[in-house]
Ligand binder design. Structure first.
Ligand code: ADP
Ligand code: ASP
Ligand code: MG
Length: 409
């Protein structure tokens, strides 16, 4: 069996958005495949295909069955991996495209957010032995019962990292439409600076708090197995950002990046009786329904009653409201209201552990810019504020400049 070093290269949707781009990716892959290396490529669906497929299902019904959504959404990657294999063959090189099932990516049964359990790399290694470049459809796997599953939005990143782990790859390269990880989304702040190296912890926090450039779960896996990731542009040769364990230099930076997330909504239950066990009732019911709750705020009680607010994903909003209304009735609380026009802005940095006054500076910056804070939550290496969605870009830019991220080198 071949013992050549293995490279995993993942190309996101914008990198394979049309035939010209697929041809350019094919050329790049062919250049990487020398006689001394083996190459496994992971591809996302062409451009916005996944969104378009999802939208079609929603035209038919509001909550389509998850199993059928996986059948539908996984087709996008099947198209792109076949086209890339064809483009490589057109360049006169050997290539084979494989779906998640063909690769043997076995997952849990939780459709639309399945977890990878095992990957059987025999088929890939056999293809390497035959001198082939292997193109794997990202974002998908299969259950024990051979039902197709998907790995959550952005899940091709996870396919790439998981493959890099099972294949013991030398490098895991994520090719995207930006030159690397920036101090904030460069689409919002043009002064955002590319970061040379970032720790798994910081990247995980940024991804979880809205930096869509990497799927959070892929970073969890990379961290667990210590798989360095190189995020770089598919349109240039420039070095990108290394996501790694830790470096001494990284320790000193208090704030590494600013993120925002508009995908949450806020639910408030008024006049909740202020007695033990009430919060447990509300959040147990939500958890049982598989709804994750983020920031929670309980107001001070003046009249033996208190208001409780919390955020959920907009996708879960109608389900969460129905549950909140049911529980509110049971515990004799008041009205349930909701607000979709919120956003979370966050600052992230592992140096926060040792720097003081960061929260104060964040709140002052928002105040100076007349951005009202609705809710606050913190972790060891991040501070988040829930604000009015209209103020998102203003808040991101103000925080980016207040923490001098535009002057980082
Ligand atoms: P792909 O299709 O390659 O998976 P994505 O659209 O998922 O690409 O992610 C890339 C996008 O992430 C960029 O175009 C950028 O606008 C956005 N992004 C958000 N936050 C950041 C950040 N901190 N650094 C770089 N890109 C970011
Ligand atoms: N095509 C899938 C999505 O858009 C997976 C991915 O691009 O990583 O979420
Ligand atoms: Mg992505």
């Amino acid at each position: 069996m071949s013992t050549k070093p293995i490279i995993v290269m993942k190309f996101g949707g914008s990198s394979v958005a049309n035939i010209d781009r697929i041809k350019a990716v094919a050329q790049r892959v062919v250049n990487a495949k020398t006689s001394k290396t083996n190459v496994a490529v992971v591809v996302s669906a062409l451009g916005d295909t996944t969104d378009e497929l999802e939208a079609m299902a929603f035209q038919i019904m509001k909550e389509p069955p998850d199993r059928e959504m996986d059948m539908l959404m996984s087709t996008g990657e099947q198209i792109s991996c076949a086209l890339l294999a064809i483009a490589i063959r057109a360049l006169g090189r050997e290539a084979i495209s494989l779906t998640g099932a063909q690769v043997g990516i076995k997952t849990t049964k939780s459709h639309t957010k399945a977890r990878i359990e095992t990957i059987d790399n025999k088929r890939i290694l056999k293809a390497f032995d035959a001198g082939q470049i292997v193109i794997v459809a990202g974002f998908q796997g299969v259950t024990e019962e051979n039902d197709i599953t998907t790995l959550g939005r952005g899940g091709s990143d996870l396919t790439a990292v998981a493959l890099a782990k099972t294949l013991k790859a030398q490098v895991c390269e994520i090719y995207t439409d930006v030159n690397g990880i920036y101090t904030t989304d460069p689409r919002i702040e043009t002064n955002a600076k590319k970061i040379k190296a970032i720790t798994f912890d910081e990247m995980l926090e940024m991804a979880s708090l809205g930096a869509q450039v990497m799927q959070a779960r892929s970073i969890e896996v990379a961290k667990r197995f210590n798989i360095p990731i190189h995020v770089r542009s598919s349109f240039s040769k420039e070095e990108g950002t290394m996501i790694i364990k830790e470096t001494d230099k990284l320790e000193n930076i208090a704030v590494r990046g600013v993120t925002c997330n508009k995908s949450e909504a806020k639910i408030t239950i008024d006049a909740v009786p202020d007695k033990p066990g009430v919060a447990a009732k509300i959040f147990t019911e939500l958890a049982t329904a598989g709804i994750s709750v983020d920031t929670i705020v309980q107001n001070v009680s003046h009249t033996k009653h208190t208001d409780i607010s919390f955020t959920v994903s907009k996708n879960d909003l109608s389900k969460a409201i129905a549950i909140a209304e049911k529980v509110a009735k049971k515990i004799q609380a008041g009205a349930v209201s909701s607000d979709k026009n919120i956003a979370r802005v966050s600052i992230v940095g592992s140096g926060m552990r040792s720097h003081h006054g960061i929260a104060a500076q964040m709140f002052e910056t928002l105040a100076k810019n007349k951005v009202n804070i609705n809710m606050i939550s913190t972790s060891e290496i991040s501070i988040s504020c829930i604000i009015d969605q209209k103020s998102t870009d203003k808040a991101v830019k103000a925080l980016h400049s207040a923490f001098k991220l535009d002057t980082l080198s």
